[in-house]
Design a protein around this ligand. Structure first.
Ligand code: TUI
Length: 316
């Protein structure tokens, strides 16, 4: 059994957090991951605060174990979502796509664990000063909105720079990934794409099928010119986006093309013209299985690898 400080900090059995993905990770997935012994996360995305409150209440009905909410800081509703999280006494808040510094004191005061995603050493150090409980160092192998560094390069540099536990994200889809980032000094992993393919995930079945079919080079990054690079599975939409970006069209036109596309894919199942956000490990996901089995499979694989590495190092 792999137990790290992160398991103690969060009261979970496995050092595995499920990424809080907009339009994907709602109460059912979050509760299934938490019930299975990981940390499930409701992804607030751009949703209004009332929707988030409804999902929190549903998750509380489905599990008595701790779960979290991801606050996407580009959302116009981020302030209101934080208020709801405080009122509902959610155990953990993860943040993405920005600096959550101004929210940390109020969340800490309420006893909520705060774990921001950081794409750089600089932001990790700045946020450590504000009192965050851990950081998620997310490499550009991830799906969705990404930074510049790879997980392999980012994680050890963040580990060296901060005292708080570091959770690795981006490019991790199985036990080999978990073992690898433990070797880099991480205390756990966050996985998104692998959990999109959990049986309990309510995303449109076309999205799960597309991920299962994906090969290694099927994701692309668009939006570098807008300052908001996003990794998705290549399709008709990403080709249109690339074409507009190569013509150097203005930001407003690109934003117009992107509007509503994540919901179109994840809820309506349009995998041609919707934004099928997924990480580079999509090519490694070969089947849909219950969240609890994903957690067990990954940790037992990692244990076996660590044992094998121990034998290689002459440790019996
Ligand atoms: O947030 C994510 N992934 C996301 S959010 C999202 S919704 C969206 N849709 C369209 C355009 C943009 C977003 C889809 N996927 N991952 C965590 C993450 N956070 N990745 C990178 C960052 C990040 C970037 C800059 C965190 C902090 C940051 O700070 C900048 C600053 O203010 O210092």
């Amino acid at each position: 059994m792999i137990k790290t400080d992160l398991c103690v900090l969060l009261g979970i059995d496995y050092p595995i957090i499920q990424g809080g993905m907009a339009w994907v990770s709602e109460a059912h997935l979050a509760a299934a991951v938490s019930e299975g012994g990981g940390l499930g996360i409701i992804g607030a995305g751009h949703a209004p605060a009332d929707w988030v409150r409804g999902q929190i209440k549903k998750a509380k009905e489905l599990t008595k174990k701790p779960f979290g909410v991801n606050v996407m800081l580009l959302s116009p509703f981020a302030n209101d979502v934080i208020k709801v999280v405080l009122e509902e006494e959610v155990a953990v808040v993860t943040t993405g796509a920005g600096n959550p510094g101004k929210y940390v004191p109020m969340l800490q005061a309420a006893g909520t664990r705060v774990i921001p995603v950081v794409p750089s050493v600089a932001l990790a150090k700045r946020l450590e000063q504000t009192g965050v409980d851990a950081v998620i160092a997310e490499g550009m192998e991830s799906g969705g909105h990404i930074g510049e560094l790879t997980t392999m390069a980012l994680v050890p540099q963040v580990v060296d720079a901060v005292q708080v536990p570091v959770i690795a994200a981006g490019g991790i889809g199985d036990g080999r990934g978990l073992a690898a980032v433990l070797a880099l000094g991480a205390q756990g992993v966050q996985m998104g794409t692998r959990f999109v393919c959990a049986s309990e995930c309510t995303v449109h079945p076309q999205v799960k099928a597309r991920i299962v079919k994906a090969r290694d080079r099927d994701t692309v990054v668009t939006g570098r010119s807008t300052g908001h690079p996003v990794r998705c599975i290549r399709n008709k939409l990403t080709r249109q986006f690339e074409e507009l970006e190569s013509r150097g069209v203005d930001l407003a036109e690109l934003e117009k093309l992107g509007a509503g596309r994540l919901k179109l894919a994840m809820v309506d199942g349009d995998i041609d013209y919707g934004s099928v956000m997924a990480g580079q490990i999509a090519g490694m996901v070969s089947r849909i299985m219950p969240a609890a089995d994903i957690l067990k499979e990954i940790t037992s694989e990692a244990e076996e690898i660590i044992r094998r590495c121990g034998r290689l190092a002459g440790i019996v």
